[in-house]
Design a binder for this molecule. Structure first.
Ligand SMILES: *Cc1c(COP(=O)(O)O)cnc(C)c1O
Length: 419
């Protein structure tokens, strides 16, 4: 079935897909019939334990019953009004109550839109033009962010996307992740509007910030009057209710959110200090608008998801799954005498074979990607779906119970023994 659909898709879409990483599943992507809990069910009749989880949003697993009920209730009332609804207030209040830097919020429709707007806002607010970003950090698919980006841009080796004017490329300054010296030198010599960073890298596999990195960014940006932007599209509500900024206790000026705050429906948000956010139209002169901004369906799914995170042990279950699986992998790879490293934080991790440590994108690029893909392919045959790229994150959810963990560990044992 998937093969037949794939042939039709190749006639319709560039490379057969509508987002490039999906084509990394070889020889063709499986097509999904339904998702439930930790599982995907394919049109070919296969059941897969899902560690991709929509590339991050589904921290409660697929079709969480409470979120589903709330979405259904909202659908009965219509799904687009073109005027404000109570749901946007509820979601913004939830975000403000948990995310330390969030005094005010603007909702948009994707993480891409959120970082694009945060960058515009930083420029409008500081009256400076340049942005500092980090090699391998991914901030979505717009012009200002597609320089040495992670995720599919790295997987397909598009380190500078076609179609971006040189004048725009010249406004982006690059540093390596965890390299504070480069940041300081750049801030000293250039007029930088904002430093945008993934506080934990989740688009080059998982890469953690060194102990003083985020703090260092905070101090340096303050010293040089440049804004610190945390791109928490992955980490927001994943590392905990207060995101990476709460986890590491470093408070940025602006925060971009997406993924989990929409509960699996399209969403993005820019949050931050009132005096900065108020520069957006209509109260200020930095323009943003959107037909689907704060649409009630995404707002509802987001509120429901956060309610479950607030009131259940969802994080404990998801974190435990990631810990137990990565501990087991650690033991398996050690027994094989492989050189490897596993980076994990809360419910996100990734393994890198052939390297001892991965602290920036260059390290990640040295990992044995062929072996990673081989493991991915063998696991898929055994009913376990990890991302089809070394440069993505293995996510767990509150639906990854002990039974699901055991199925997974069994599959990993078989696969690692075969390699
Ligand atoms: C996924 C992601 C984005 C882009 O979000 P989209 O909703 O896919 O546009 C931006 N930043 C980070 C850190 C992401 O992981």
């Amino acid at each position: 079935m998937s093969e037949i659909l794939w042939r039709r898709a190749l006639e319709l879409f560039a490379g057969g897909v509508n987002s490039p990483v999906r084509a990394a599943v070889k020889p063709y992507p499986f097509y999904v019939e339904k998702g439930e809990g930790a599982f995907l069910y394919t049109v070919d009749g296969q059941r897969l334990v899902d560690y991709v989880l929509g590339y991050g949003p589904l921290i409660l697993g697929h079709a969480n019953p409470y979120v589903k009920e709330k979405i259904k209730e909202q659908i009965d009332k219509g799904w687009l009004y073109g005027t404000p609804s109570k749901k946007e207030i509820e979601l913004a209040e939830k975000i403000r109550s948990h995310i330390p830097s969030a005094e005010k919020v603007r909702f948009v429709n994707s993480g891409t839109e959120a970082t694009m707007l945060a960058i515009r806002l930083a420029r409008g607010y500081t009256k400076r033009e340049k942005i500092l970003k980090f090699d391998g950090n991914y901030h979505g698919a717009h012009d200002y962010a597609l320089v040495s980006a992670g995720s599919a841009a790295s997987e397909y080796n598009v380190l500078i996307s076609g179609g971006i004017p040189t004048s725009i490329l010249n406004t982006v300054v690059l540093c390596k992740y965890n390299d504070l010296e480069c940041v300081e030198k750049t801030l000293k010599t250039e007029q930088i509007a904002g430093v945008i960073v993934e506080p934990v890298m989740g688009n080059m596999g998982v890469i953690l910030p060194d102990k003083d990195f985020l703090n260092g960014l905070r101090e340096l940006t303050k010293a040089y009057n440049s804004l610190l932007i945390f791109d928490e599209v992955i980490t927001g509500f994943r590392l905990g209710l207060s995101g990476a900024q709460g986890y590491f206790n470093v408070i940025p000026d602006l925060t971009t959110l997406g993924k989990i705050i929409g509960g699996g429906l399209p969403i993005g948000a820019v949050a931050g200090k009132k005096e900065i956010i108020d520069n957006l139209t209509p109260s200020g002169k930095v323009f943003n608008a959107g037909t689907f901004n704060a649409n009630p369906l995404s707002m509802t799914a987001g509120v429901a998801t956060i309610e479950v995170l607030e009131t259940t042990n969802a994080y404990d279950i998801a974190n435990k799954a990631a810990k137990e699986i990565s501990d087991e992998l650690n033991a398996l790879f050690s027994r094989k005498n492989l050189e490897f490293t596993i980076n994990r934080i809360q419910s996100m991790f990734q393994f890198f074979i052939g390297v001892k440590k991965v602290t920036n994108a260059d390290d990640a690029r040295l990992a044995n990607r062929e072996l990673y893909i081989k493991i991915h392919e063998k696991l898929l045959k055994l009913g376990v779906f990890i991302p089809p790229s070394q440069f993505e994150t293995i996510f767990t959810s509150s639906a990854h119970t002990d039974e699901v963990i055991n199925i997974t560990i069994e599959a990993f044992r078989k696969v690692v023994n075969e390699i």
